[in-house]
Design a protein around this ligand. Structure first.
Ligand code: ATP
Ligand code: MG
Length: 396
């Protein structure tokens, strides 16, 4: 074990062991280490109870204490330290609310979803792999811990997770896992949208995203995702689009263009996306339509904003196999005399003084005219020059 991220966290395992507890690296970080993928965050599992963890470390944050998770701050980094736990009493095909803390690593690994995610590594690099996760990784296969049918009916989200790991890692589903998902896809109706969205966003951002999307279609999981149920054809179209280079935001835009029809607000709201994202994507959808009709002008780029314009251009170019004009957009943007109305060097106050008038609807109209004049380079964006321009047009 030579990964520096692990090395940095070894002192935490040592401290827990010195206090008489067991402690291991677990879950995604061990899997990614074996895959040679970059490790995003380190999770630690321990036999110590949350209160015991808090006694050992001076700096902790209660991030999910009811689930046994304490965030330990160490050398400027945060590490999630979670007490070994078993999940019993699954109700309504959802993850249980109540967890039972236990002292056995094996039982903790047993409740995990896939064998590749059910490995633990101690501070010396020794791996505990009771369900042959390493072998599954070698065969690039997604295999459940225990019987697939049972595990999916305990928590139906695991089916979505299987598709998202296929999308991130390029792995195949073991035959039994695939069949069990086809049979149990309907249980997904019990899962909260937020949890579905979390996995869906990882799926559509994955390096092998087409594989993930194909699995959603083949297994019927798509039927239980907001706004996708009656859009099989459109989703199939996605499989023909080269979309791997798109960002998450651009993927949402692409999907919305393909499936949301004349009800984009309903579609985006059904996914419970943040209202800021919804607003952004709605603006993107409007510009997608315009982009089909006419190429970008300087005004368009100003109006849309650089970020929307670039996102729209990327999606437009992959969707319609059109030339990617992103560079031209960048140039148009760089050459804008102002990037935003706020940058105008006159304001309402100045105009009221110059015109000797009280504020009213005229003010807004006048500011818009000035904005247009500045953008069309009829005047420089300087107070005096704008005043001169107003005089030249006999406005003042
Ligand atoms: P990522 O790198 O995307 O975070 P991860 O494997 O760490 O991948 P998480 O969703 O962060 O995935 O979950 C952490 C670990 O918790 C998993 O590796 C798995 O062992 C376990 N786990 C998470 N969700 C479930 C679930 N629904 N059922 C069973 N085990 C789960
Ligand atoms: Mg994780």
């Amino acid at each position: 074990m030579n990964d520096t991220l692990f090395q940095k966290a070894v002192p935490l395992l040592e401290r827990l062991e010195q206090a008489g507890y067991e402690a291991y690296f677990v879950g995604g970080c061990v899997r990614d280490y074996y895959l040679g993928r970059s490790i995003s965050d380190i999770d630690i599992a321990t036999s110590a109870l949350p209160e015991e963890v808090k006694e050992i470390f001076p700096n902790t944050v209660d991030v999910g204490i009811e689930h046994g998770t304490v965030l330990v701050l160490h050398n400027g980094e945060g590490y999630e330290v979670t007490t070994f736990r078993a999940e019993s009493d699954y109700k309504d095909f959802r993850r249980p609310e109540k967890v039972v803390f236990i002292r056995s690593l094996y039982e903790d690994l047993k409740r995990r979803d896939f064998t590749m995610n059910a490995m633990a590594m101690d501070r010396t690099g020794r791996v505990v792999d009771p369900f042959n996760g390493k072998e599954a990784i070698r065969h690039r296969q997604i295999v459940t811990v225990g019987k697939a049918e049972e595990r999916f009916s305990e928590d139906a989200l695991r089916m979505m997770r299987a598709a998202r790991f296929a999308s991130q890692l390029g792995f195949d589903l073991e035959d039994g896992v695939f069949t069990a998902i086809c049979r149990n896809a309907g249980l997904m109706q019990h899962i909260a949208v937020e949890r579905k969205r979390n996995e869906f966003e990882k799926l559509i951002s994955g390096r092998f995203r087409k594989k993930g999307l194909k699995l959603l279609l083949e297994t019927g999981l798509y039927i239980y995702l907001p706004g996708l149920e009656s859009n099989k054809k459109e989703l199939e179209k996605m499989l023909t689009i080269v979309c791997t280079s798109l960002t998450l935001q651009q993927m949402w835009l692409l999907i919305a263009v393909l499936v949301s029809g004349d009800k984009p607000v309903e579609f985006l709201k059904a996914w419970k996306l943040p209202s800021k994202t919804i607003k952004y994507l709605l603006s993107g959808l409007t510009w997608m339509k315009k982009r089909r009709e006419t190429p970008w002008t300087q005004w368009d780029v100003y109006d849309a904003g650089l970020s929307v314009a670039v996102d729209v251009e990327k999606v437009h170019s992959v969707l319609y196999q059109d030339e990617d004009m992103t560079e031209q957009i960048q140039t148009l943007y760089e050459n804008l005399p102002i990037k935003h109305r706020k940058e105008l060097s006159v304001n309402g106050h100045d105009l009221c003084m110059w015109f000797q008038k009280k504020p009213g609807p005229w003010l807004r109209a006048c500011l818009e005219e000035i904005e247009k004049a500045v953008l069309d380079q009829k005047t420089k964006n300087e107070k005096e020059k704008i005043k001169e321009w107003l005089k030249r047009c006999n406005r003042l």
